[in-house]
Write a protein that binds this ligand. Structure first.
Ligand code: ADP
Length: 309
């Protein structure tokens, strides 16, 4: 089973022909609200992928908070660790233009109140196979959760998104880092010249023992300190909307990691890593086949179908 400690935001989305300039008003299309936040998305992704999944996070005591809670419950996520904080829920104000370029303002709201864990959260982390973390809640809670997992032998998977450099005491607690190429460059402190996937893996393996690098339509790559390198292609699809493809990939990867015994101590078998990565790529691609973010997160059946294709 998987536990996520992370963010929940309500995405407030309007499509416009073009993005407004400062001081300008543009007329948009219909307004949509979509449950989001990387933490909640990855919890829903893991639950739809077939795992028992719990979510520790915070929403506000407003209508948005009730909506976010309901959407997690509807996906089958265990929300006993979801707090209702005073004040507003986290929201993302999103405008998208005709070329799919977007402009986003995030108000963290209740997510910012998640600074410490309680004993029940630590017990839930200890009972899980995989703890899945992102960087949209206070770093104190991320580090505390990772520490609780390390004490209990629960595998720590960190998706370093949004991209940020990580303090050494947090790096020391990570078992598997999951990043796209942009995040990889930021975590490695190499935002300048082009380093290919292998260069990024080399740099990141100086910081953490295992790294998964997502490569969009080119699939994913893996490296670890035992010297294993794996490269898998993504399924060939007609991409409609790649929003949340990374969340679909990461949630499914956490599930596959546990199912294929990769949370056990010792060197990772190459065939198990290959299968887990291919399956996670099928989840990312399945998400990209449909419009919308969290609403496009695929269930196990859709992942399996693309995996077998
Ligand atoms: P992020 O969305 O975090 O930037 P990526 O763009 O690397 O992450 O996408 C995550 C995963 O989703 C990829 O590893 C791949 O498996 C899948 N994916 C994304 N875009 C496509 C695409 N156009 N075709 C097929 N698979 C895709």
């Amino acid at each position: 089973n998987v536990i996520v400690v992370g963010s929940a935001n309500l995405d407030l989305v309007v499509a416009t022909p073009r993005l407004p300039s400062p001081g300008e008003t543009v007329l948009g299309g219909d307004f949509r609200t979509v449950p989001g936040g990387k933490g909640a998305n990855q919890a829903v992704a893991a639950a739809r992928a077939g795992a028992a999944c719990a979510f520790v996070g915070a929403v506000g005591g407003d209508d948005f908070g009730r909506l976010l809670r309901d959407s997690l419950v509807a996906a089958g996520v265990d929300v006993r660790g979801l707090r209702t904080a005073d004040g507003p829920s986290g929201v993302a104000l999103i405008t998208v233009d005709a070329a799919a370029e977007n402009c986003i303002v995030v108000a963290p709201g209740a997510n910012a109140t998640l600074t410490v864990l309680d004993p029940a959260d630590r017990a839930a982390i200890a009972a899980a196979d995989v703890l899945l973390l992102q960087l949209e809640i206070p770093l104190t809670a991320v580090a505390e959760a990772a520490g609780a997992a390390r004490d209990a032998g629960t595998t720590v998977v960190l998706n370093a998104a949004p991209a940020a450099q990580l303090p050494p005491d947090l790096l020391a607690l990570i078992d598997v880092l999951v990043v796209n190429e942009h995040e990889a460059a930021v975590v490695a402190g190499r935002t300048g010249a082009g380093t290919g996937p292998d260069g990024l893996l080399d740099a990141l393996l100086e910081l953490v023992p295992r790294v998964v690098l997502t490569l969009g339509a080119r699939g994913a790559a893996y490296g670890d300190r035992d010297g294993l390198r794996v490269r898998v292609p993504a399924p060939v699809i007609d991409a409609v909307d790649t929003t949340a493809a990374g969340d679909a990939f990461t949630g499914a990867m956490a599930v596959a990691w546990a199912e294929h015994g990769l949370t056990q101590p010792g060197a990772a078998p190459g065939d198990a890593v290959t299968t887990a990565l291919r399956w996670a790529c099928a989840a990312g691609a399945a998400c990209a086949q449909h419009p919308g973010a969290s609403v496009a997160l695929p269930d196990r059946h859709r992942i399996d179908r693309l995996f077998a294709a």
